[in-house]
Design a protein around this ligand. Structure first.
Ligand code: C2E
Ligand code: MG
Ligand code: MG
Ligand code: MG
Length: 292
């Protein structure tokens, strides 16, 4: 009995593996045509100032609406895009769309929002990446200070010199740079000091356990004081509860990104949110005026 049970387990496991590799194979095949078929789209996730909850910017997050598999998460298809090299055209498309969209928002009156765009290592290390960025910024007419590029610690492994140089060039252009998923990689403090970074984004795995794991509290406090000393902004990612928000606010974390404030939104939904926030601010100003 035990033996057959064991074999079933193995069969089940093999089937699951096959299913996984089948999907992986199918996705990597279809991803080639996804851009041309208009199956990719972008959602925008608000980043709010911790003290005032004002929306300071949005992060562009790519999505894939697959005709058979439905909505495929970027956690699943971005690695495939990296393996196949498709991250280059896809990344360029995301950058262009995000800049174009932010310019539109500025023209609509939402004037000081930054849009941040995730960059994979492969993208970052392309020969002509600066020309590509310059061309897109120029084409879309977005002021470079309203663009932020998010990189991860894995970008520097064995490419320190290139990345340091690239970040310096971006700084000259006033384009902002943030270090995403901070704490999950292996960057040294020595390297961190050499990089022209504007912002550190604390990975959500630390935020998740703020209230249950005292070590995480200390790690976050430590990152916050380090960032302050180095004159960098800190964003806490993955904030889902009032308690997590209260802790981060009390520790003077600069910005919050998480479901507690908003999920990633379609363009129309984000615009509705921006308009309602604008209304609230106007009301607040009017009420203040009345009191005085
Ligand atoms: P990321 O850059 O760290 O983006 C944050 C991810 O955390 C997003 O997942 C977001 O929806 C999720 N998140 C934020 N706050 C919360 C929260 O409070 N609770 C929970 N459960 N999740 C939260 P998403 O959109 O699935 O993206 C996953 C990853 O895919 C991104 O992580 C990024 O590494 C990658 N990615 C997304 N778009 C692009 C892109 O255009 N280019 C590249 N290269 N990578 C991208
Ligand atoms: Mg990111
Ligand atoms: Mg992150
Ligand atoms: Mg990431």
């Amino acid at each position: 009995y035990a033996k057959s049970q064991g074999r079933n387990q193995v069969q089940y496991y093999t089937a699951a593996l096959n299913m996984h590799s089948f999907k992986h194979f199918a996705l990597s095949n279809d991803l080639r045509k996804a851009l041309a078929k208009d199956e990719l789209f972008i959602q925008y996730m608000p980043r709010v100032q911790a003290q005032t909850t004002e929306i300071l910017g949005v992060e562009a997050l790519v999505r894939w609406n697959h005709p058979d598999w439905g909505l495929v998460s970027p956690a699943e298809f971005v690695p495939i895009a990296e393996e196949t090299g498709l991250i280059i055209p896809i990344g360029e498309w995301v950058l262009r769309e995000a800049c174009k969209q932010n310019k539109r928002w500025q023209d609509m009156g939402f004037t000081s929002m930054t849009v941040s765009v995730n960059f994979s290592v492969k993208q970052l290390l392309q020969q002509n990446i600066l020309q590509t960025i310059d061309r897109i910024v120029e084409e879309t007419g977005l002021s470079p200070e309203y663009l932020e590029i998010e990189i991860t610690e894995s970008s520097f492994i064995s490419n320190e010199k290139e990345v340091i140089h690239l970040l310096d060039e971006l700084k000259k252009r006033k384009i902002k740079v943030s270090l995403d998923d901070f704490g999950t990689g292996f960057s040294s403090l020595y390297l961190l000091k050499q990089l022209s970074l504007d912002t550190i984004k604390i990975d959500k795995s630390f935020v998740e356990e703020i209230l249950t794991n005292p070590v995480n509290k200390s790690i976050i406090e430590c990152i916050l004081s380090l960032a302050k000393a180095m004159n960098m902004n800190v964003v806490a990612e993955g904030v889902e509860t009032a308690e997590q928000y209260a802790f981060l606010k009390s520790k003077e974390c600069d910005e919050i990104q998480g479901y507690y404030f908003s999920r990633p939104l379609d363009i129309k939904d984000l615009e509705a949110l921006l308009k309602s926030k604008q209304m609230n601010t106007q009301l607040a100003i009017r009420n203040q005026a009345k009191i005085v």
